[in-house]
Ligand binder design. Structure first.
Ligand code: SF4
Length: 402
């Protein structure tokens, strides 16, 4: 530390600093190192100066401040994670650093202005990346699960094939549309071969999500290939005997609601080492303890946050779970999030629906800007709000007091 009358404390521009009245955290994106500290009056004064955008992510420290034990400890922690340091006034004059701030190029106002004043849509359709069609539900479906994860409803309605293709055709204006998902029991769908062969004419990856119960009795999976994959959804694993189909085009999704489910999955995957699978939790309405244990975020999870600056900015701008996806239910309702009200109908233009969601909707841009998350130092390290919060009816997925 320099023995000059004044020294300058600075942070690097890959470093984030978040504080509230009680504590704060510093996260260095370059090495993913983090430290959490208790806030106090003297430290808070220094941090406010550091966070003032006009100060170029640095602040002048008097000798008195430099000798303050709290400030000294804070500087040591900063240096330990290579997030910044202390330098002389001369060196500070050469440094120009900007605190990491999200600059949104295309805001809701930009799209509104283009559309209403210039009669142009900009590239708003490029915000659409994925279409999910719940083609016919399943008799084993579950309407509550449909609101949380990709899961068929228990429905007898059937989505009209022509409506599906019209909607996809009208979505082609999106240069970033890449995936079409199908939910339901395809083998019960009228003229399903035609549905499949037509879908193969599009340049999109198709993923068909079906329940293990529906797949079990229908072994015709000849239509699968590298662009047409099958995702087999398995619930209540603990009470089932499963003989998985091993194929490069099939992924198993084990949907767990209890520890017994988890144990059973361990047994299955140890028996079938070549199996491709993933595990996702589900809230049944009766397993809050399981959710608390396996899904809720804990403070120690942030010690391994491993996020880039871009990933943090993404969480500040959009909902990482919902953004870019429209789900079309078998009754024709279109959702930007299946736990919310429909945003449109299948016979509307996808452009109008995307425009409505971007300019008025509350799903694709649902971020952690509400209390208590808005007062939490992990606000932007935390994943975006998910449908689990909506199902559990809580604003946050943790037991942290903020
Ligand atoms: S859910 Fe909200 S309160 Fe909990 S850790 Fe994340 S940001 Fe903080």
């Amino acid at each position: 530390m320099n023995k000059v009358e004044y020294s300058f404390l600075y942070l690097n521009q890959e470093t984030f600093l978040w504080t509230n009245n009680e504590k704060g955290c510093v996260y260095n994106c370059l090495n993913q190192k983090i430290f959490v500290f208790k806030n106090n009056e003297v430290l808070n004064m220094v941090l406010e100066e550091l966070l003032n955008v006009n100060n170029l992510y640095r602040t002048r420290l008097s000798q008195k401040l430099i000798l303050d034990k709290n400030i000294q400890n804070w500087i040591t922690d900063i240096e330990n994670i290579e997030a910044g340091g202390v330098e002389s006034e001369e060196d500070a004059k050469k440094r120009i650093t900007f605190k990491p701030l999200l600059k949104i190029q295309q805001t809701q106002d930009f799209y509104r202005y283009n559309y209403e004043q210039r009669k142009e849509s900009g590239n708003i359709m490029d915000n659409l990346h994925t279409l999910i069609f719940n083609i016919n539900g399943s008799k084993y479906g579950n309407d509550n699960y449909f609101k949380q994860i990709l899961y068929p409803k228990q429905s007898t309605e059937v989505l009209n094939k022509d409506d599906v293709f019209d909607f996809i055709d009208n979505s082609k204006k999106s240069n970033l549309l890449s995936t079409v998902g199908l939910l339901g029991n395809i083998w019960e769908y009228p003229d399903y071969e035609k549905l499949i062969s037509n879908l193969k004419n599009y340049p999109y990856r198709v993923v068909y999500y079906c329940l293990e119960e529906d797949c079990r009795s229908n072994t015709n999976i000849d239509f699968l290939d590298e662009n047409f994959n099958l995702n087999i959804l398995v619930t209540e694993c603990a009470s089932k005997k499963i003989s998985p189909i091993i194929s490069p085009h099939i992924l198993y999704t084990f949907i767990v609601a209890s520890e017994q489910d988890m144990e059973q999955i361990e047994d299955i995957v140890s028996l079938y080492p070549a199996l491709s699978y993933k595990v996702i939790p589900i809230y049944t309405g009766k397993n809050i303890d399981f959710m608390r244990e396996y899904v809720f975020i804990r403070e120690e999870d942030f010690l391994n946050a491993n996020l880039s600056k871009r990933e943090i900015f993404t969480r500040q701008a959009i909902n990482i779970h919902d953004f870019g996806t429209l789900t079309i239910d078998c009754d024709g309702a279109v959702y930007s999030n299946t736990h919310s009200s429909p945003i449109g109908r299948i016979d509307e233009s996808p452009h109008s629906i995307v425009y409505r969601e971007i300019t008025e909707g509350k799903c694709w841009l649902r971020i952690r800007d509400q209390y208590p998350c808005s007062n939490c130092i992990y606000q932007w390290l935390c994943p975006s709000p998910s449908n689990y919060e909506l199902a559990i009816e809580r604003p946050n997925l943790c037991d942290l007091s903020v």
